[in-house]
Ligand binder design. Structure first.
Ligand SMILES: Nc1ncnc2c1ncn2[C@@H]1O[C@H](COP(=O)(O)OP(=O)(O)OP(=O)(O)O)[C@@H](O)[C@H]1O
Length: 450
């Protein structure tokens, strides 16, 4: 532990010495004496943790010095020592933030000793509370992993906080690439289960005939190819969280097996009889509307109620407004770090183009778009030309930007002008518009000729 730094400010050197001697008996205290208010203020850069001041000094009243010290750092305890007992003065000083008010008499040094110890204790408690607050904030701060500040995503944070504090099952819905797995992980790592495994299984990615043994495990010889006993994902996630992604892709037969496991909270490996007790929290995700799947008979209603738990809906990126740019900058920084390159900048044209786009592939698509733009850009500036819409084809690509009708008209005219060597008259005829319309577009710089 480093020494606890105390300033004693008193213009009576004899009295200072007594206090210094007394306080220095504690080897943890480092005491500095100053003979005037000015000298004390000059030395605040030494960062005292406690200051005692004499109430009546020649250069500055205790009142004035207290105000200046509090202005420098309102948290440092200041103990005022006065030659006379004046209740009104004492009250006034305490109101202004003095930690204690002591009278100079035979008991002062002992009272001071106790007061300093109390101040230290209060400070250490306050530090501890601050630290706990910080830890708590860090624990529940999803902002570091889930980037975005839009009202839509902030609403999600609130639900996630509730999910972290309880053990209830969670169902996450949202279009592909909206961050369902990121949310599931964030919930797990901010919950009481964080020290136990987070196991993710994508139902759509496992061949149908293997799903059962993947989830529940199998005994040696349970089927051809089962050469050894294997734990299933449920067992792997013991004590932790099992994330069942694309739950709607599970066929009806397996749905009833899953329901049984969730109800009984125990699993039997394929080809075995041993019951394994489970303590697993389930988080499911789907890009489908599960309720609709139930209505259409593709998803068991009883399983739906089992897994629904706390529903969290992730908004598509196109409904998150400016988050597009916040995420873009985040991915740019990530790219630059991973590739040990300076961070490219987005120019206005690139920003505008991204904000107009509807991102059918959501955050995943935005990340791919930024990675490519960072590679393509010149002189470290990403322009609209470096922004490519990879996920959409044909008509969809044409409409994905959601431009105004005027802007689409200009795009069409520009396309034909390029195709026919900027022959304005010929293009006007083909499109059945007046050539002056095209000339106007050119003169007003709505269209730039190649
Ligand atoms: N808000 C976010 N902040 C930072 N990164 C994000 C955010 N949302 C998604 N990502 C990133 O986008 C990518 C896709 O996210 P994720 O895999 O969680 O989406 P998903 O909804 O589970 O997709 P799918 O439905 O296709 O499984 C990942 O690389 C993830 O890290």
């Amino acid at each position: 532990m480093s020494a606890y730094k105390i300033f004693i400010v008193d213009d009576d050197p004899w009295y200072s010495q007594i206090l210094e001697y007394h306080l220095s008996l504690n080897p943890d205290f480092e005491v500095h004496c100053f003979a005037s208010g000015k000298e004390c203020l000059k030395n605040l850069h030494l960062n005292p943790q406690l200051i005692t001041i004499d109430y009546s000094m020649d250069d500055m009243t205790g009142d004035e010095l207290l105000t200046k010290i509090k202005h420098w750092n309102s948290k440092v305890p200041v103990i005022v020592i006065s030659g006379q007992e004046e209740i009104s003065v004492a009250l006034e000083l305490l109101k202004k933030g003095a930690y204690d008010y002591l009278i100079k008499d035979d008991n002062t040094k002992d009272l001071l000793w106790n007061s300093v110890l109390r101040a230290m204790e209060t400070q250490s408690l306050r530090d501890e509370v601050n630290q706990l607050h910080e830890q708590l904030e860090h624990k529940f701060s999803f902002e570091k992993t889930i980037i975005g500040q839009s009202p839509a995503i902030t609403k999600t944070f609130k639900m996630m906080e509730k999910a972290c504090k309880s053990n209830i099952n969670v169902s996450i819905t949202g279009e592909t690439g909206t961050g369902k797995e990121v949310v599931a992980k964030a919930i797990h790592y901010n919950s009481d289960r964080s020290k136990k495994p987070f196991v993710a299984v994508n139902m759509a990615a496992i061949p149908k005939e293997l799903v059962e043994s993947e989830l529940f495990g199998h005994e040696k010889g349970a089927f051809t190819g089962a050469l050894a006993r294997k734990k299933g994902k449920f067992e792997e996630a013991q004590g932790g969280t099992l994330f069942l992604d694309e739950i709607a892709e599970l066929d009806l037969n397996l749905q009833s097996k899953l329901l049984r496991v969730l109800q009984e909270r125990e699993v039997t490996r394929v080809g075995g009889n041993e019951l394994v007790k489970l303590d697993v929290r389930i988080i499911v995700a789907t890009h489908r509307d599960l309720q609709k799947e139930v209505q259409e008979g593709h998803f068991r209603e009883d399983l739906f109620y089992r897994v629904m738990g706390l529903p969290i809906e992730l908004p598509p990126l196109r409904e998150r407004g400016n988050d597009v740019l916040i995420l873009a900058n985040h991915f740019i920084a990530q790219y630059a770090k991973e590739n040990k390159q300076p961070k490219p900048k987005l120019d206005e044209s690139a920003k505008e183009k991204m904000l107009r786009y509807n991102f059918p592939g959501n955050v995943r698509e935005l990340k791919a778009m930024i990675d490519l733009a960072a590679v393509l850009c010149e002189e470290n500036i990403i322009t609209a030309n470096d922004i490519n819409y990879a996920s959409v084809k044909g008509d969809q690509a044409f409409l994905a930007e959601e431009k105004s009708l005027r802007a689409y008209t200009c795009d069409i005219v520009k396309y034909f002008l390029t195709k026919y060597n900027n022959d304005v008259v010929g293009v006007a005829k083909r499109l059945n518009v007046g050539k002056s319309t095209i000339y106007k577009m050119i003169s007003e710089k709505e269209i730039e000729l190649n």
